[in-house]
Design a protein around this ligand. Sequence first.
Ligand code: NAI
Ligand code: SOE
Length: 386
Amino acid sequence: MSRSCHVALIGQKFMGRAHSNAYRQAPVFFDLPMRPVLHSIAARNAEELAAFATQWGYPNHTTRWRDFAKDEAIDLVDVATPNDLHAEPSIAMLEAGKHVACEKPLARTLDEARTMRDAAKKSRRRTFVWFNYRRCPAVAFAYRLVREGRLGDIRHVRATYLQSWGGPDTPLLWRFKKKYAGSGAHGDLNAHIVDMARFLTGDEITEVHGAVSRTFVKERAIPGPVKRGAKKTGKSDVDDALLFLASFRGGAVASFEATRVAPGHLNANTMELNGTKGSLRFDFEDMDVLQFHDATVPDREQGWKRIICTSAGNHPYAEAWWPDAHGLGYEHGFTNMVADMMRVLGGEAPEVPLPDFADAYETQRVLEAAVISARERTAIRMREVK
Ligand code: NAI
Ligand code: SOE
C-alpha cells in the first residue's frame, strides 16, 4: 500500500488549478509508491478561497501561508505564486522540514536563486521546479533518442518561445513589473527553453555571445477599478522580447528567443536539435508530435518523419493514460510531473529526470548571463556568473 504525501499549495489561480488537478489525477492514473493528498490551500483572496478549496477538495484554506511551517501534517509545500513570492516561502518551508515544489522561474534574480539553492542543500529535503514541458510525450521521447545516440554529436540548438498576448491592450499585470516578475518574456519563457535545451542535450552553456532585450510597450493600463483621480496607467519595466546566442561545452551553438509580442504565435515553445547523425524538432503547438530526420539512412530515403508520440513505444507515461494512439494535452505534463515527484519521494527513480533547485539555479545563471550581455552589449562567459 502506498504512503501519503500531504500537500499544501500556495496560489489558487492559473498554476494553482493546474497543480491541484495534477495532484488529484496522478494517483488515479499511475501506480505510485507515494500518494499525494490535498491538505491545504493558501492564497490572497479570502472570498475566492473557500469556494476553491471546496471545488478542488482541500479540507483547509488560509490567507496565511506562513502557518504551513507549523503544521506537522504537511509534507510538501507547493509554491505557485508570482515570482516575487518564490524565495521566501520556499526557504521558510525548507527550514520547517518540508519538501518544496516551486514554480519557474526559480527566482527573480540570481542572488535570490542562490539563497534558494543553498537553503535546499542545507535542508536535505527534496526540491522540484515546475519545468513541466520536460514531461510532454514528444519531449520525453526526444530525450530518449538523444540518449540513444540517434542525433550523434549535437551541433546546433534552436529554441524559441513565442507568444502574442503582450501587446499594448494587455494591462499592467504583475508579469510586467520587475519587482514582482524579475524580468519579462525572458524569465517567463526563456527559462523554459533554457531548461529544455540543457535537459535534452545533457550539456551546459559555457558562453552567452550576445543578447538583445526590448521593451516595446512602456506604459500599460492599471488593471481593475482605478480610484477617481488616481493614475490610470503605469510603467512596464520588463522586456517584451529577449533573444540571445550561446555555446555549449560540447561545442554546439545555440539560439534562444522569447517574446510576448509575436502575433499568430500562441504558445510556440519550439526546440530543434541538429546533430551529426540526425535532427529533432518539437513545437508545443503540436505537442504530441516529434519530428525526426535520420541522416544515417540512405540519401534517397532521407526526409523528416512526423512521429505522433502516443504509444508506449515512444513515451514513458503512455501506459498510465489511454490505449495507444490517443493523445495527451497541456495538463498531462503537470500530472506526469507529480507522478515522478511521488516516485522520488517514495524512493523510486522518476521516469524522466526532475529539475531541483540546484538544477534550476544553473538555468537561472544562463538567464542572468543573457541579461548582463544585453545590458553591457558584450559576450559573457558562464564562469564569470556565479
Ligand atoms: P496568477 O496571477 O494566476 O496566480 C497567482 C496566485 O498567487 C493567486 O492565487 C494569488 O492569490 C496568489 N498570491 C499572490 N501573492 C500572494 C501572497 N502574498 N500570499 C498568498 N497567495 C498569494 O499567477 P500564475 O499564472 O498562476 O503564475 C504563478 C507562478 O507560476 C509564476 O511564477 C509563473 O511564472 C508560473 N507559471 C508557470 C507555468 C508553467 O508552465 N510552468 C505557467 C504559468 C505560470
Ligand atoms: C505566460 O507567458 C505563460 O503562462 C508562462 O508563465 C508559462 O510559464 C508558459 O508555460 C505559458 O505561458
